[in-house]
Each structure stands twice: as C-alpha cells, then as structure tokens.
Design a protein. Structure first.
Ligand code: OOG
Ligand code: NI
Length: 272
C-alpha cells in the first residue's frame, strides 16, 4: 500500500469536514496536539459511526462502503445494557483509521421506540444507500424536538442517532504517534487546563496498559440542531484520544475493549 494512492482518504476527508461543522472544539484540539505530533501530522486511530439494526441502514450495510475501500471486519462487541452491538474494521494501510460501527438493537426497546424508529426509516429516499456517500449524509429524516427528547429518555443513543444521522460521532487522535509517545494522563491534563470537559464515566482514563488500550474523550460539544419545529441546542460530537500497547508479538494491539467502549458511548449523553 505504499505506492498506491490512499483510496480511503476522500471519504475520511468528507467525514472530517462534516464532523468539524458540528464540533467546534475539534479543530483547536487538533491544532494543539498537532504541534506535539511527529512530522506535524495527527494520525487518527479510529472513527465511529452509529446506526439502527434495520434495513437498509444496519451495521452490515453501513460497513459496505468501507469494505469496498478494502476494510475488513476484525472484532465483535456486545453491549447488553445499552442494547447495542458493534464491529470494528481495519484496512491494510496502517495510516487508515480503524472504523468502529455499532447498531441499536431496536427490537429490544419499547413498542413506542420501535414505532418512532420505523417512522424515521420509512422517510428514507428509495435510493438512499445506492451511493457510498450515505455514510456521511447526516440526518436523512425529519424529527421534532419532543420526539427527540422522548427518544433520549429511553436510549441516549437512539436520540443522538435520530438527531444527527450518518456521520462520524468522533475522531480519535493516536497518542502513540505524538512526540515521545506521552502518557495519556498528560494529554488529559493539558486539555483540562485549557478548559475542555472530559468524559469521566468509568474514570478519566478507560482501560489500562494490561488491556493494551487506554482511552479518554471530551464530552460532546453542544450545538444547535435543526428540528422540524425549530432549533435546539443538543449534544453533538466529541474527540477521543487512544494509546495502544504492544502485544507479545511486538505489534500494537489493534482491537477495542468492550468495557471501555461502553463508557466512551456516554460521551454524547446530555449534560444532566
Ligand atoms: C462508539 C463508542 C466506542 C471506542 O473507542 O471504544 C468507541 C460510539 O460512541 O459510537 O468508539
Ligand atoms: Ni472511539
């Protein structure tokens, strides 16, 4: 993969621009860390996308445009309490971010939630998934504020997805690629010092060197979202920081840790 153009880059460029548009903290944080990056370049460890387990937008269908670019499934994760499942995907190009895709197990929720989600899916244009660009289409259905609030009350994930749709809900800076591979705690300290709020669910740092992965994240920004009955300020997207440790074969661990991911999901919860 050294002599061919990085075919995955255009899609990630559009996901990045789409993410920046609703995540005002992302660019300043990116710039702050870029000054500490080898070659002045941030490397993304992964991005994450969310969906419902319903055709034509379920996990397998959302993965297809990435698989067409050479991504392959590399890990399965279950989140029983949140009623979610996920897979992560890897690309042979080591510079390509991993992709973490989860889906809400809609059938495990109340009849009311199931009905609301079917209303959303019923609004999709017939050819919605025909172009691979649907993974960055944003919200392809309309929804009002009250329905959003009621979805949030039953599942924060369902509400977030209903409001924001198809986009990266976070990008993740690879801490290993910063100068001197700093401790994750020193990155957290810097961000706290400049005034960013970090996700404290499960502690500031999720995971451990023994689990071969440490992660932290900001709390999602709050920005105006356009609902069918007007704008409201709600939680949008967040930024994550990941530090990986070598396995016994010397290669960095490339998977995820379900117990940590469970807490990372909460980065988009509404401030209480
Ligand atoms: C994904 C949460 C999991 C990680 O790094 O463990 C995750 C999400 O919030 O959609 O990204
Ligand atoms: Ni993540």
């Amino acid at each position: 993969m050294t002599d061919t153009a990085a075919n995955w880059q255009p899609l990630f460029n559009s996901l990045w621009q789409q993410y920046l548009a609703v995540t005002p903290s992302a660019l300043p944080i990116h710039e702050l860390l870029r000054q500490q990056a080898a070659n002045g370049q941030i490397v993304n460890d992964h991005i994450a996308l969310r969906t419902f387990n319903l055709a034509p937008v379920n996990l397998a269908q959302l993965a297809a445009p990435f698989e067409a670019l050479g991504y392959r499934a590399a890990g399965d994760y279950q989140f029983i309490a949140k009623k979610l499942q996920a897979k992560h995907f890897e690309h042979p190009d080591p510079l390509a971010p991993k992709v973490f895709i989860s889906e809400l197990l809609v059938d495990q929720f109340s009849p009311w939630l199931q009905q609301q989600v079917s209303h959303l899916i019923a609004q999709l244009p017939e050819d919605f998934t025909a172009s691979p660009n649907w993974v960055s289409a944003g919200r392809p259905w309309s929804i009002d504020k009250e329905t959003y609030q009621q979805l949030i009350a039953e599942s924060e994930y369902a509400g977030w997805l209903a409001a924001w749709g198809y986009r990266a809900n976070h990008f993740t800076v690879s801490i290993n690629q910063l100068n001197n591979n700093p401790p994750l705690a020193s990155i957290n300290d810097q961000l706290l010092q400049v005034g960013y709020s970090l996700n404290t669910a499960g502690g500031l740092i999720k995971g451990s060197p023994a689990e071969l992965l440490e992660q932290s994240s900001t709390l999602a920004d709050r920005v105006a979202c356009e609902f069918s009955d007007g704008k409201a300020e709600i939680a949008s997207c967040f930024y994550e920081f990941a530090k990986r440790y070598p396995q016994s074969n010397g290669e960095l661990y490339s998977g995820f840790v379900a117990a940590s991911a469970d807490k990372i999901f909460e980065s988009t919860h509404q401030a209480k």
